[in-house]
Design a protein. Structure first.
Length: 277
């Protein structure tokens, strides 16, 4: 709709931007480095962030940049996951049938991972997403995957990914102590600051093919204020601003447009869905 008017070949503020084109803040780069380290040393890592702050973006970037000849990534995301279905999901990705009993499935998974490590010479990385929604039993079972070699060496890297409450309402408490004690690395993705918000907007505009600064400095101030530096909210605000600017035949997006859009379109954090940017 507004792409032609603003000299764009692609929509700038969408979720399906290729991983290599995604904006990386300093904290995102730091988190990626920590996840690479966890993968290489077969560690247990935890990633948390508020909704919309880039957990999915981080995992997409991490997955796309892992050398496939050196690593095998297994990914599970199911808010109602049980221990039995955890093993089934992992074995399905390996092309194996889980069978009926949980213990048999666990042994089959461990055997297959040994083959991947020793014969294919690849390291296994297992990511469990939406972990803040899972029951303690499932999180405990995920931890048990570390214990196959009598605590001497983990067979794989494990990465728990979830919203902030994964730590605040679960892992920080004593009933989760057995899991907490095994955690090697914790990554927390914060909101973007004002400068990062501006860089995020410029990065997405560049991806779209637009080579001009469509948003004035004051407009960026307003975007940052209304979005609280949350990437998903920045996308929503900026997309609606461009739509309104197109309708009003505006060449630039200024602070008046941003304020009008955020007030009249009723963009607010309370309306956001609980899913990642």
């Amino acid at each position: 709709m507004y792409e032609d008017v603003y000299g764009m070949s692609r929509m700038p503020f969408v979720r399906n931007i290729p991983p290599e084109e995604l904006y990386e803040s300093g904290k995102m780069k730091e988190a990626l480095g920590r996840l690479y380290y966890a993968a290489d040393h077969q560690m247990f890592a935890v990633v948390t962030a508020d909704p919309g702050c880039g957990k999915s973006t981080l995992i997409r970037r991490f997955n796309s940049s892992l050398p496939k000849d050196k690593y095998l990534l297994l990914y599970v995301s199911d808010s109602k996951l049980t221990p039995k279905w955890l093993y089934k999901s992992l074995l399905d990705q390996l092309g194996l049938e889980a069978g009926f009993y949980r213990g048999d499935a666990k042994r089959l998974l461990q055997k297959q991972i040994e083959i991947i490590r020793n014969k294919e010479h690849r390291k296994v990385v297992c990511i469990l997403d939406e972990a803040h929604l899972l029951e303690k039993e499932t999180l405990e079972e995920f931890r048990f995957l570390l214990n196959s070699n009598f605590d001497s060496e983990s067979q794989m890297a494990l990465i728990l990914v979830g919203q902030t409450e994964l730590w605040d309402t679960k892992l920080r408490y004593q009933r989760y102590a057995a899991i907490k004690q095994r955690i090697d690395i914790i990554c927390v993705l914060p909101h973007l600051d004002r400068s990062e918000t501006e860089e995020y907007i410029k990065s997405n505009l560049k991806y779209s093919g637009c080579d001009s600064d469509l948003f004035t400095e004051k407009a960026v101030d307003e975007v940052f204020r209304s979005s609280s530096g949350i990437p998903r909210m920045i996308n929503r605000v900026c997309d609606k601003c461009l739509t309104y600017g197109y309708q009003q035949k505006k060449k630039l997006i200024d602070d008046h447009i941003v304020r009008f859009v955020t007030e009249h379109e009723m963009i607010s954090m309370s309306q956001e869905e609980n899913c990642d940017a």
